[in-house]
Each structure stands twice: as C-alpha cells, then as structure tokens.
Write a protein that binds this ligand. Structure first.
Ligand code: SF4
Length: 149
C-alpha cells in the first residue's frame, strides 16, 4: 500500500488570486519542493490559504486549521522566495510554525520559474548565504525552471 502525506500550503498574499496552478502541478509531478517525497507517496492537500498580507497575520492561525485536517507538512509557497521583494518574514514564519505547532515546515512548493531566477540573479537578491537553504528545495535545473515559466 502506498504512503500518503497530508500537505498544507500557505501562499504570499500578493498572489491571493492565484489558482494554484504551479503548486498543484508540482505536487502531482513531485517536482520542486515536492521532489522530497517518494514518487509512490500520495500527496494529499488538506489546506490552502494566504498569509493574509504583510506582516502575515494568518500564519498564526492557518496551521491549526490545516493540522486539524491532518497536515503533516506545511509548505510556504515559492512565491515567498521569488516575490519582488521576497518575503522578509520567511525565516520567522518557518520557525514560528515549527515551534508553535510542532509540525514540519518546508520553504517552497513549485520549482522557481526561470524568469524569476534570471531577475533575482541580476538583482543579487539571493546573494546572502541565508537564502541557501530556502532556495534549495525549489531551485531545480534550468529545464524544469523553464517548464514553470
Ligand atoms: S511578503 Fe510575506 S508577509 Fe507580505 S504578503 Fe507576502 S508572504 Fe505575506
């Protein structure tokens, strides 16, 4: 019998009209941050919402709703990393949710689209080494980044 992992996704509110196309595609294909799960693991989405806008008031409450639905891992969507500017609260959100709710938090969902990669590289946005572990799950390779453009 294949394993199931229940997932909650919190997106950046600046993308609040997003229908989740890239996140859901990458969940189905186990790409980007979802490549950490075995291909035969079924990923079940049990919650999807936004942070509710800066400075992210919904971060305090949304995980509780997701965990009530069985969420085992909460993903902070790739939009937090690729926005202009990236979310300055990402580290705090990750640490808060982990400590407050004792649940695993992963930064990222779908692979970083190449167009965002190019502009942030030109801007030097991610030069600070503190971005390293936040980028790693969604960096992917150029072909995959292009597929998510
Ligand atoms: S930048 Fe951060 S706090 Fe502001 S809307 Fe986006 S995720 Fe929320």
């Amino acid at each position: 019998m294949s394993k199931t992992v229940k997932i909650g996704i919190i997106i950046c509110h600046r993308y609040h009209t997003c229908a989740g196309g890239k996140c859901f595609r990458s969940m189905q294909k186990h790409e980007g941050a979802f490549s950490r799960y075995d291909k035969d693991t079924e990923l079940q989405l049990v919650g999807y919402t936004t942070c509710d806008g800066c400075p992210g008031g919904n971060i305090e409450y949304a995980p509780e709703e997701m965990i009530k639905n069985g969420a085992e891992v909460i993903h902070l969507a790739t939009g937090l990393v690729v926005g202009y500017p990236p979310c300055p609260y990402t580290d705090h959100f990750r640490e808060f949710i982990q400590k407050r709710y004792n649940v695993e938090v992963v930064v990222g969902t779908h692979p970083i689209p190449q167009k965002y990669f190019d502009v942030h590289t030109a801007l030097g946005t991610w030069n600070d080494k503190s971005w390293g572990d936040k980028l790693a799950p969604t960096l992917a390779d150029p072909d995959i980044r292009l597929a998510y453009n």
